[in-house]
Write a protein that binds this ligand. Sequence first.
Ligand code: 2P0
Length: 320
Amino acid sequence: MTKTARAFTNIALIKYWGKKDQQLKLPCTNSLSLTLDRFYTDTSSEVIDSDKDIIYLNDELLNETQSKRIVNYLEETRKEYGFSEHLKVNSINHVPTSAGFASSASGFAALAASIDQTMNLNLNKSQLSILARRGSGSASRSIYGGFVEWIAGNNNENSYAVPIDEEPNIDLEVLSVVVNQSAKKISSTVGMKKSVETSPFYSNWVKIVSSEIIEIKQAIKQKDIQKIGEIAEHNAMSMHALTLSAKPSFTYFEPKTIEIIHLIQDLRQKGILAYVTIDAGPNVKILGTHKSIEQVKTYLNNLSDVTTVVANIGHGIQYF
Ligand code: 2P0
């Protein structure tokens, strides 16, 4: 019987921004994320009697160009794990573009879990994280729920995610604020490469991440939401400083992004517990408590052209 693997997306509180090995997707630093409950990908796969893979996304057959990244990934996986069968893959994304999250994290985590099932690879969680990483770096973290750290490592076998606290009892919510749904001009892969190669601040970024990972793990243990928020916001701003200081300079921020950053700073002055984090795009994620996120939402309603979605803490890989 074909089983379906479900993986949830994650938001990095300490960002992954730079690779030391492009092919293996080995990051320059560790990173740390929170898995979210609202956005996920369901993937099933089966062996087919064919010399080509067949890929369906949201029940639509992908053409050669559209399926290239997944087919290349399957090709690489066949070589690495020593099987020759081709697969029919069906992926359903419950990560609406309107929520402002990339689907590659949940997508490759669910695909890795589905290949493991279908080909009886019997991978443990670390091995599954490695397989997911080869599809997309951030997918390595979506194997687990709650707070997750991706250990950078220095070879294919020791670069994988570990759970920090899979079911944290903490009043932390993430409000996704979508300001623009169109595809970004500079992909994460390209943006991080430009940052590593040309930002004069990159060596400082590596130092900032190594100390902020320690500090945020302490704050998570203490369930100190203010501290978690302060560290996550500083880390996100430091990441975006790398794009601004690249040669040539670029930024993912749009005017609305800056407007929301200012709004959140003003709300903190009013005593509302809220912090921002921003990925490789213009959309803003706001960290806060259930109560403070409700308050932030009422202020955001005054802004035109933004939509919001609230997420709570999500689980690791599931099968059904
Ligand atoms: C992260 N991002 O830690 C960072 C923060 C975006 C900003 O991981 O090249 O799609 O496939 O490994 O995983 C997005 O990058 O990049 C990402 P690849 P990926 O979540």
